[in-house]
Each structure stands twice: as C-alpha cells, then as structure tokens.
Ligand binder design. Structure first.
Ligand SMILES: Nc1nc2c(c(=O)[nH]1)N[C@H]1C(S)=C(S)[C@@H](COP(=O)(O)OP(=O)(O)OC[C@H]3O[C@@H](n4cnc5c(=O)[nH]c(N)nc54)[C@H](O)[C@@H]3O)O[C@H]1N2
Ligand SMILES: Nc1nc2c(c(=O)[nH]1)N[C@H]1C(S)=C(S)[C@@H](COP(=O)(O)OP(=O)(O)OC[C@H]3O[C@@H](n4cnc5c(=O)[nH]c(N)nc54)[C@H](O)[C@@H]3O)O[C@H]1N2
Ligand code: SF4
Ligand SMILES: [Mo]
Length: 737
C-alpha cells in the first residue's frame, strides 16, 4: 500500500475549488483545499472534503437495478439494457420520440459527460419533451442574456476582485458558494470589496452573507424586478445615466427610459417593502461608485418576474457604465469557448402540448412536466428518461409529479442513488463516483470571475465492468435511435467526435477554420470519450495552440501537466466583438421583454391578502436534494425547519420547537418551527431538497433524517417569459400544528 496525493477540481458546486486528495490506493485518507490551486488557493467547504465518503457510500449504486413486482433488483448491464430496448423501442415506434420525455438534473452541468454526451443522446432521440433543472433555476438569466447579448450563455458576472461596489440580490454565497459567478472563497472576495468600497445585500432574510455585508436591505419576496426598475428610473430622472465605453454600442436606451418611467420609487416602495429614500440612495451610490456591479441570483430568478429582474440587473450595469469594464459586470472567456455566430437568440420556437408554453433554450418548463405526462392525447409523454436529477424533490407541485411518474409506461434513470425520483424507474443505470472520472469544468469556466483552466484525470479506476457515464449515455442513444443496445460504442464515439471536428473546421472564425477535418482528427489525442473533445476545444479555443498556429498555446497535455490549474488572467472587456446579436449591439430593450412590463406594472397595485410568503434557503452542508446520505454532512441540529419572525410567531401562536402546519394551493406540510428576527415579518423560509421519507428508496442515512419536501408547496406558477418556476414568494397559510 502506498500513500499518495493528487489534485483535482471539486465538481459539487459552482465554486470549482481545487482539492488535495491524500489516498492509500483507492481509499481516501484526507481531502483538503489545494493551497497551490491558481484560483481557490486552499479554499474548501465541508462538502468538498466528503468526496471519499461519497465514493464509499454503500447506498451509492454500483450495478444496474431493474424493477419487477414493485421491487428493484440488481441486474447486469446487458440485462438492464435488454429491458430498456424491449420497453422503450415500441413506445417510440408507436407514439414517436416526443412521447419520451427527458429530465436533466443539475449534476449534468458538473460533469464532462453530462455536458458533452447528453447533447448527443438528445440529438439521437430527437424529442421535444426536454425538461431540466434550468427552469427551477437560472432560465430567466439565459433568456435576458440571449435577448440582450445574442447568446443565452453570454452571462455577465460581477468582477468580484476589482469592483468597489457590489449590489447583490437573492444570493447567499456564504452558504451556496456562489452561482452564475464562479469564485472559490466568496467570503474572502466580499471582504476584499468591503476594503475597496461597499457590499449591499438585498434579501428578505438577514443571511450570513447579509450579516457580513456593509448594508442589508430587506425586500418583499418577488419584488426585485420592481425594485430594480425603480433604480433605473432614478438614474434617468436624476441624469445619472452614463454608458461609458459602451456609448454607441447600445440600442434601446430610450425605450428603457420610457418603460421604467412608471416605476418611480414612490410607486414601488410598498410592493418592495423598501423605503423610497433607500431606493434613491442605492441608485445614487451605484452611479457614483468608481466601479460597481449589480448581481442577482436564485432569489431574483425563481420569482414571478424573474426575467424582468434578470434583465434589469444588466440594464443597471449598462446604464452606469459598468457593463464589460474592469470592476463591473464582465464576460468570462473560457479556454474551450468556440467563436460564436451572430444568429441571435429566439424563444418560443415551439410550444408545450398541454398549455402552449414557449420553449426556451431548447426545453420546456419543468413545471409543466407532470401535466405533459398525465394529460391524454397525441404527443402525451409515455416514458421518461431522467439523468442526474431528482425532480420529485426539486421541482414544483411534487405530489402531482410523483403521481405522474408512477403512472408512466416506462422510466429509466441514470443516477447514483435509488431515491425519491428513481424509485419510479423500471431501470436505474448507475452513474459513477466523481473521483472515478476526469473533470474539466465546461459550464462554470464560462461563468468564472477569473479565466482559469483546470483538468483532473480520474483519480481511481472504475470497477471492472462498470462503464463511464458517457458510454452509458451513448448506449442509451443507440437504443433510442434504433441502433440497438449492442451497437459499437467506440465507432459511435468516433462518429460523434468526427462531427465535432467537422463543425469546428467549418467555423470560419475558428483558428482551424477551413483546415481538413482528417488532419485535425489525426492530430488530436487518441483517447475516446470526453477528453479528446476537450483537447480539440481547448486547442481551438481562445488560448489554444490552434494545432500548431500558436506554439505555446493550450493543449490538454499542458493542462495535464498543471495539476493546480492554469491562470489565464483577469476578465478582459469582450464587447462589441463577442456580441451575438444580429445588430452587433447590446439590445437594452428587446421586444419580448418590453412586452412583459405591463404585467409587472399592474402587479404594483396588488396588496397582500394577509397570508405568508414562503421562500427557500440553502445550507453549506447541503447540496439540493442529494448529499443527505453523507452522515458527516447531515448530523447535528435539525436543518429542515420553518423560519418565522418573532412577531408573526407570537401572533399566530406557534412556539419555538413546536410544529407548524404550512399549506399552499398545492399541498400541506407539518414542520418544526424556528423563530428568528433574521427573517422579515410576513415571510417564512423552508429549505428545499428534503422529504426523504418516501417508500421504495435506498438512502439509509437520509431517510433517518428525512425532513419535509418544500416543493409540495410550490404550486407550479411560473414566470411566463422564461417558463421558470416561482419558488420564492409562494403564498402559504401557517397555523400551529
Ligand atoms: N423550492 C426550491 N426548489 C428548488 C430550488 C430552490 O431554491 N427552492 N433550487 C432549484 C435549483 S437551483 C436546482 S439546480 C434544482 C436541482 O434539481 P435536480 O437536479 O433535479 O436535483 P438534485 O438534488 O441536484 O438531484 C441530483 C440528482 O443527481 C444524482 N447525481 C448526483 N451526482 C451524480 C452523478 O455524478 N451522476 C449521475 N448520473 N447522477 C448523479 C443524485 O443522486 C440526484 O438524484 O433544484 C431546484 N429546486
Ligand atoms: N450548500 C449548498 N450550495 C449550493 C446549493 C445547495 O443546495 N447547497 N445549490 C447550488 C445551486 S444548484 C445553486 S443554483 C446555487 C444557488 O446559489 P444562491 O443563488 O446563492 O442561492 P441561495 O443560497 O438559495 O440564496 C438565495 C437567496 O435569495 C433570497 N431570496 C428569496 N426570495 C427572494 C426575493 O424575492 N428577492 C431577493 N432579493 N432575495 C430573495 C433567499 O432568502 C436566499 O438568501 O447554489 C449552489 N450551491
Ligand atoms: S465550495 Fe463547492 S467546489 Fe468548493 S469544496 Fe465546497 S462544494 Fe466543492
Ligand atoms: Mo441550481
């Protein structure tokens, strides 16, 4: 036995921390932060150090499971695929591919195979019934970015390390470690901003992040859009608009001035629960700051006016001259990014069957998934494929979804646990432990507050006979495309890679544009799977060697020799060159967004009917619904509690440690109460991802501390522009239980 130390990037959340893993053969002895990592410099959170525990978790699936007589039994891979082929093929033959729904969960964006091969599977299946965690999360940002900048992934991030003023709404990075702004060690970076200037946090709860800021502003749940519109109104009214370097590159300033006019602070203050003077002062501070960034996250997006708010965040960044400048809100430039076309971005290219809801970014709102399964008629979903997702706990109106999944003709899941969702599956195909696969962060390098590139090879080998997830995804693709479970996966993968090479050389803006695909194919590393795609993408990316054009340029080999990552420098201005709008300008006032303003305006006259507004919260030891089977992360004080303000608790007669009955239009829960002055009066908070007491799961630790599923209360209301679910600001009744 030998003890060795290896370095890798943590794939659990968006912070992309470097880990130092000490192990004796395949047994992890210790994981701590990698102090030499070019980006995280030793920062780590409690979850990162548990990857060894996850690897060893006896409940983590290691063989396929097939359901018979209501019970899951281990099966070989060939047996499992034989069942999938025999059950799925006739459904596709009879009803067409749209009858097969796909749900993609969050961990897909945290793995190379999830990013690269899920796409392939979807192409091979050709279903329009695609849903993902994006519509319970950040879809409003994709939509506003797509419309403003021409591409849904051109998302500005706050330049945390250089800004002197950060206005942060609906985010709690002290617990979440940040989102749509990749930065290990938010606490350290926020303290850096405080030394240079000021951090303001807008949140209905005084979170750890709010406590650590210079100023915390309470806001009524769901009111961010109105608040941000009012800030823009003040900028126009007081002559504080200054586009800075973007002057001449922005279309639609006058239209924005026109639509925000009705949102003067006096008109929105009641809706927001924020004093008029505070709104005015914050607008003036933002305009006066040497550099500033406005940043809104989950609390801002998973709301009734999520897209309006997401839009206005970047309008404010633009109007104060902070868009695309150092210290403002900037665009990352990931090592694998490929030159994009100026096609622009559209929503609503097709619509959902039952309610006619518009497609966004190739998918339909997950809030409509249950009815697409339950409502009979042509195009009804008869079978589901879920990949790294737990929608029974993570998506709205979960009682209904639970019922819908139970009634499917067939369901197959690729997952690492038998949990609340996969218990409905006829076949569960096990995913792999994060330590047993390579990692390069395709998704979050694109959202990083500094350009960096890190690659980690698999630390441990997969057990004999266990395929990589990319192979499982390809094999599923082979089945749904009629090639059968016995298809030659190596040949298929060569085909997938050849297509990628073809698209790269066909891109005139690529450094290898116009070169022969055979030459590039032959010059790329031979390994199958995601690595050779990564090699191709970084070599043709902004820092790449361009297959010989730039001698010191980036290659996968160079990444391999840099276990602590490669620092590619601070963010640099990218406009107008990187814009993908057909006009070549920043579209500050896109038509589909203007069209939703009236809905926001008319909401200002709405008054609360006396019920509570339910919001969520995150805890640093949790990760949505699925790290609850790791003992060290869940032990200690009960975390799944309803937080309620002291005065509200006294008024309705619930006591600390007592139980409350919480009900909404979609469900009812009984939950322990936690009384706190950190939460606004009229607001209650319950974390999501709990409710591990359903039968038929195999989660020994999680089911011993189940908590309740907050998404039984989220009704499925959505932001109509993006289809994103309303998960914050849900009207609920609370009474003593
Ligand atoms: N009320 C409320 N609901 C919310 C939120 C909220 O704030 N409030 N937040 C929303 C957000 S932001 C998100 S992103 C969604 C998340 O929604 P989901 O992605 O549906 O939920 P997760 O809990 O992340 O579930 C991840 C699943 O992937 C499996 N898994 C983990 N690692 C792997 C792997 O490596 N391979 C495979 N194949 N499977 C793996 C886990 O076992 C689990 O089943 O939840 C949303 N739901
Ligand atoms: N520990 C941990 N880390 C995680 C996750 C996890 O589950 N646990 N999940 C990961 C995922 S998938 C994501 S997307 C990110 C999310 O990361 P964040 O966006 O930081 O999400 P939260 O920590 O939920 O913070 C949302 C905040 O919004 C506030 N809020 C609620 N409603 C409103 C509102 O109407 N207006 C305003 N201004 N604020 C509101 C809430 O009180 C809360 O403090 O975290 C990631 N990291
Ligand atoms: S902050 Fe995120 S990336 Fe860093 S160790 Fe924790 S879970 Fe991993
Ligand atoms: Mo998320």
């Amino acid at each position: 036995m030998t003890t060795s130390t290896d370095f890798r990037t943590c794939p659990l959340c968006e912070a992309t921390c470097g880990l130092e893993v000490t192990h004796r053969d395949e047994k992890v002895i210790r994981i701590r932060g990698d102090r030499a990592d070019v980006f995280s410099r030793g920062f780590i959170c409690p979850k990162g150090s548990t990857l060894g525990k996850l690897d060893e978790d006896p409940d983590r699936l290691r063989t396929p499971l097939v359901k018979g007589d209501g019970r899951h039994r281990p099966a070989t891979w060939d047996e499992a695929f034989a069942v999938i082929e025999s059950r799925l093929t006739p459904i596709i033959a009879e009803h067409g591919p749209d009858a097969v729904g796909v749900y993609l969960g969050n961990p897909n964006v945290h793995s190379m195979s999830g990013v690269l091969y899920v796409r392939t599977l979807l192409k091979m299946l050709r279903t329009k019934s695609v849903f993902s965690a994006a519509t319970v999360d950040q879809m409003p940002k994709h939509v506003s970015s797509g419309l403003m900048f021409g591409h849904p992934d051109l998302i500005p991030v706050p330049d945390l390390d250089r800004t002197s003023y950060l206005l942060m709404l609906g985010a709690n990075p002290y617990e979440s470690n940040g989102s749509l702004a990749t930065a290990p060690d938010w606490p350290g970076r926020l303290q850096g901003i405080r030394r240079r200037g000021k951090v303001v946090v807008v949140d209905p709860r005084r979170t750890k992040t709010a406590e650590a800021a210079d100023e915390h502003v309470f806001i009524n749940p769901g009111a961010d859009a109105a608040f941000l519109f009012a800030m823009a109104q003040v900028l126009f009214e007081e002559g504080l608009v200054d586009l800075g370097d973007l002057e001449g590159q922005v279309a639609g300033v006058d239209e924005v001035a026109g639509v925000v006019e009705a949102f003067d602070p006096e008109s929105v203050a009641d809706t927001c629960g924020v004093p008029v003077a505070t709104i005015r002062r914050l607008a003036r501070e933002l305009a006066a700051a040497e550099t500033a960034a406005v940043y809104g996250r989950v609390g801002t997006h998973t709301a009734e006016f999520g897209t309006m708010a997401s839009w206005m965040v970047d309008v404010l960044n633009a109007l104060t001259g902070n868009l695309d400048r150092a210290g403002g809100a900037m665009f990352s430039h990931a090592a694998h990014e490929q030159p994009r076309s100026r096609r622009g971005f559209q929503i609503g290219r097709w619509a959902s069957r039952v309610r006619g809801l518009p497609e966004t970014r190739g998918e339909l709102p997950v809030s409509t998934m249950a009815e697409e399964i339950l409502e009979p008629g042509p195009g009804q979903i008869k079978a589901m494929i879920t990949i790294a997702g737990n929608p029974v706990l993570s998506t709205p109106n979960s009682d209904r979804l639970d019922e819908a999944l139970a009634g499917l003709e067939f369901m197959v899941s690729l997952d690492i646990y038998l949990n609340e969702t996969t218990r409905h599956s006829d076949v569960i195909l096990p995913g792999t432990s994060p330590l047993r696969r390579p990692h390069y962060d395709f998704a979050f390098n694109q959202l990083s507050v500094r350009n960096v590139a890190n690659y980690s090879p698999a630390l441990f080998a997969l057990p004999e006979g266990t395929p990589d997830e990319w192979r499982t995804l390809l094999r599923l693709g082979a089945v749904v495309s009629g090639q059968g479970a016995g298809a030659d996966l190596d040949a298929l993968d060569d085909g997938v890679f050849a297509m990628l090479v073809g698209s790269v050389v066909a891109n005139p803006a690529s450094p290898v544009g116009g070169r022969s695909p055979e030459e590039i194919f032959a010059a790329t590393r031979g390994d199958r799977g995601p690595e050779r795609m990564l090699d191709l993408l970084v070599r043709t990316g902004p820092y790449g060697d361009g297959y010989g054009a730039v001698p010191d340029g980036l290659t996968l080999e160079r990444l391999e020799h840099s276990p602590h990552g490669i620092d590619l420098g601070p963010l640099r201005p990218r406009l107008p060159g990187s814009l993908c709008t057909p006009s070549g300008k920043v579209e500050l006032a896109p038509e589909p967004l203007l069209a939703d303003v009236e809905r926001l305006r008319s909401s200002l006259s709405r008054r609360s009917n006396g019920s509570f507004a339910l919001i969520g919260r995150r805890h640093v030891r949790s990760n949505n619904s699925w790290m609850h089977n790791i003992d060290v992360l869940v032990k200690g004080k009960e975390r799944c509690t309803l937080q309620i303000n002291t005065t509200d608790a006294a008024r309705i007669g619930v006591a600390a440690g007592g139980q409350a009955k919480v009900s909404s239009a979609s469900g009812m829960l009984v939950v322990p109460v936690e009384i706190s002055d950190d939460i606004m009066p009229g607001v209650v908070s319950l974390p999501h991802g709990w409710g591990h007491d359903l039968t038929g799961t195999a989660l020994t630790v999680a089911s011993s501390r189940p908590g309740v599923n907050s998404n039984r209360l989220s009704t499925g209301e959505m932001d109509p522009v993006s289809g994103n679910a309303v998960l914050n600001g849900i009207p609920v009744e609370v009474i003593p239980a």
